[in-house]
Ligand binder design. Sequence first.
Ligand code: ADP
Ligand code: F6P
Length: 480
Amino acid sequence: MGEDAGGGPEFVVVANRLPVDEVADGDGQRRWERSPGGLVSALQPVVRQMRGAWVGWTGSAGDAPEPFDVDGMRLRPVPLSAEDVDRYYEGQSNATIWPLFHDLVEQPTHRREWRQAYEAVNRRFAQAAAEEAAPDATVWVHDYQLLLVPAMLRELRPDVRIGFFLHIPFPPVELFMQLPRRRELLKGLLGADVVGFQGALAAQNFLRLTGQLLGLEPKDDRVEVDGRTVVARAFPISIDVAEVDQFAADPAVQQRARQLRTELGGDRRLLLGVDRLDYTKGIEQRLEAYRELLADGEISNDDVVLVQVATPSRQRIAQYQQLRERVEREVGRITGEFGDVGRAPVHYLFQSFGRAELVALYLAADVMLVTPLRDGMNLVAKEFVAARRDEQGALVLSEFTGAAAELDDAFLINAHDTDDIKRGILEALRADPQDLAARMRHMREQVRAYDIDYWARDFLEVLGVPGAPGEARQAETATS
Ligand code: ADP
Ligand code: F6P
């Protein structure tokens, strides 16, 4: 799509974070690094293909740099002061809305000054998007940090087409009702022309709330508001399958996978977890199940090893600090009770990795453990499947992820029930290789058919945007 004759971009994504984070090196130098999380993994290929602009925060408090270009995308930084980070990002977004939208896995905190900061920062994002977008452009707003932006943007720029996509779960009606200023949040979302969710139930909850809280009359997948029609539907998000497949086909990545296996103990079966260190991900429950299996003698340190990658996330928030302490204590306990000299039962990596190393880990794993207590989608599960061109490996997957609706050939488990996690792990470890291959084949068909291009095309078609992503790539494939 690129630039309009009037100068501004015709396709603008607005998200809390830019796809790159500004980080300080040990020697005080600043540099850019890929931002954490599924939103960036999913959206980056879309914005790149649409040659669009991305409005978001750099991840550091203070003044924002001037707009700059990365990888064919124009990035427009939005400044957040230290107080904004404290109140809007760590407070209202991640200590109020995040736990409440994840079914109260942790208790949300409600503070008036956080809500005020949230509103002020949402206005700043709306203003930046309004300045950035060309006349009649498409602006696609993302996630729970920016629920008020669609209505604010519509006020500033009635000419633009506005989409909104929520990457995390939308709560049941009775939980949403607990939120202070709940009507304003709903009205914020209703500023969009299309509101997208990960699942159908989420869209239904949203539409029901428009009736209950605002007296509107939703019908099927839409609701009329101020003479406009707002569509609310499920658009389950996915991954850049081609990118993962390319890494998985790379002989250097395959060699690295073999090396990892050798280093982790030759013929020991490898269990793998890859998550942001977040209390929604069920890491503690997974470790507990693993420890009990070792204690019961169902598995032994001679036969099995667990690698748990825990990406640092939201480290200044108390609940995340406490989680880290608990997880690290449990890792220490398992190592102490079941380890041997030179042979650890669990390798815990509190680090970020490059894509190639992550795919090498996926290829090395026998069993991938994805056990969130609640998760909008979970892209790690889809990445694991996309990486397994060898049709080997088992996926143990929580029913409480969006991904479970699509990957029902996984070993599905109730992540709130330690015994059920144990059952899932044992079934995966003991499964017949032919059964595993059949399951993996079905899951791969699903992931390949519904990749990130499909997701973006589906959403943008409903929004009425021409030139959807994927066309360029399809043309490339057809001519190659
Ligand atoms: P969330 O959005 O909650 O973080 P997802 O599973 O949907 O969870 O997405 C996580 C994304 O972050 C995936 O694309 C995954 O590859 C990436 N990721 C997770 N852990 C790491 C890590 N340690 N280093 C680099 N990327 C990571
Ligand atoms: O949708 C999940 C999400 O919250 C994204 O919005 C975000 O980019 C990612 O997880 C990582 O979280 P954070 O930006 O708070 O580090």
